[in-house]
Design a protein around this ligand. Structure first.
Ligand code: FAD
Length: 325
């Protein structure tokens, strides 16, 4: 293994290391050049010594999960991508503690099987539990912040537990976005007892709907833009939005995008779905540059027509000129 990686020998029972690893293999968009190193860590206990070693390499370091909410640059990421892959899950006295490397759907299925309700409508969201915590994922009126009580993190120096009230959860965001050097490790949550068969039926129905909207093989990142809060928009904009469009105080970005003709727009191998104006996908030949070009064009059209700027829900990796939200 080239470069620094031989210095990781002492950690090898607990980590896997890949040098010059194409991130397109680890993102749902199927886009992104190589990371200098991709390191998967299964045990939290090695993190203090591992991070101390990695810091001596002088390379930038980021933590990723299942790669379902990312646009990674074609040039890749010239540093270390770390993924925490611990998947333990325990339920005791009505509280569940799960590690963040767990596939989100496994967490949903676990609770549905125990007839515990509160996340069944979030069935089918791709990615891992860690990414869902980071972005306060949600669907059909349920969100992470409804049931998470605390989050365990490694903050670069040590381990600490952040109570929910300090997690900064809000619509598709969390305070963890201000601590990009933190590694989310596990979280404890409380779900309410429910009717098992009814929960399973809801999950099944939602999964069927989602699979139509987002075919499982579609190379995409889900919704590209967040839905703006109606209260944050000027009256001149609001007066143009048909009232039934406003749901839970938010207006679907897709509505604005549809008004500016986004459906079916295309840049090379990247397309806006013909049936959903806030869904951009890679037809298999696209590049991250084309995704960015299309995103910029959509934002510019909405700004020109409505006078405000849509905010991305997707996270950028490896771009110097793009913010990470
Ligand atoms: C088809 C499709 C449908 C989707 N539908 C929905 C939906 O209905 N609702 C919704 O909310 N989202 C949706 N998404 C977006 C995405 O699935 C979620 O945001 C998901 O929770 C991201 O998890 P991930 O593990 O893939 O995170 P990644 O994409 O790997 O990372 C996302 C962000 O989380 C950070 N992160 C991940 N893990 C950690 C960790 N352990 N510690 C610190 N930071 C971490 C990363 O740095 C990055 O900034 C959809 C995506 C797709 C492709």
């Amino acid at each position: 293994m080239p470069g620094f990686a031989d210095r990781l020998e002492p950690f090898l029972p607990h980590i896997t290391v890949r040098a010059d690893e194409a991130l397109s293999r680890h993102t749902r968009f199927g886009l992104g050049g190589p990371a200098a190193y991709l390191i998967d860590v299964g045990a939290p206990t090695v993190l203090p010594a591992l991070l101390a070693e990695l810091r001596t390499w002088g390379l930038p370091l980021i933590t990723l999960g299942g790669g379902s909410n990312l646009v990674v640059a074609d040039e890749g990421f010239p540093g270390i991508v770390l993924r925490f892959t611990g998947k333990d899950i325990r339920c005791h006295d009505g509280l569940t503690t799960a590690q963040t490397g767990l596939l989100w759907q496994n967490l949903v299925d676990f609770h549905t099987a125990l007839a515990l309700g509160g996340m069944e409508k979030m069935t089918g969201i791709p990615g891992w539990f860690g990414g869902a915590l980071y972005g306060n994922a949600g669907a059909y009126g349920q969100t992470i912040m409804d049931f998470v009580l605390s989050v365990d993190v490694f903050d670069g120096q040590g381990f600490c537990t952040i109570p929910r009230e300090d997690c900064g959860f809000a619509y598709r965001t969390s305070g963890f976005k201000r601590h990009k050097d933190w590694i989310l490790l596990s979280a404890t949550m409380h779900l309410a007892p429910g009717d098992g068969p009814a929960l399973a039926a809801t999950a099944e129905q939602i999964l069927a709907t989602r699979n139509e909207k987002f075919p499982p093989t579609m190379k995409c990142a889900g919704s590209i833009f967040k839905n703006p809060h109606a209260a944050a928009l000027p009256e001149a904009v609001l007066s143009r939005v048909p009232p039934p469009i406003i749901r839970s105080g938010k207006i679907p970005s897709a509505w604005f995008l549809e008004q500016v003709g986004s459906k079916g727009m295309r840049r090379g191998g990247i397309e806006v779905a013909s049936y959903h104006a806030n869904l951009i996908y890679n037809n298999g030949t696209g590049t991250a540059a084309e995704v960015c070009s299309l995103i910029d064009e959509l934002k510019a059209r909405v700004l020109a027509e409505f006078g405000f700027t849509l905010e991305e829900e997707v996270q950028y990796v490896g771009f110097s000129s793009r913010p990470s939200y």
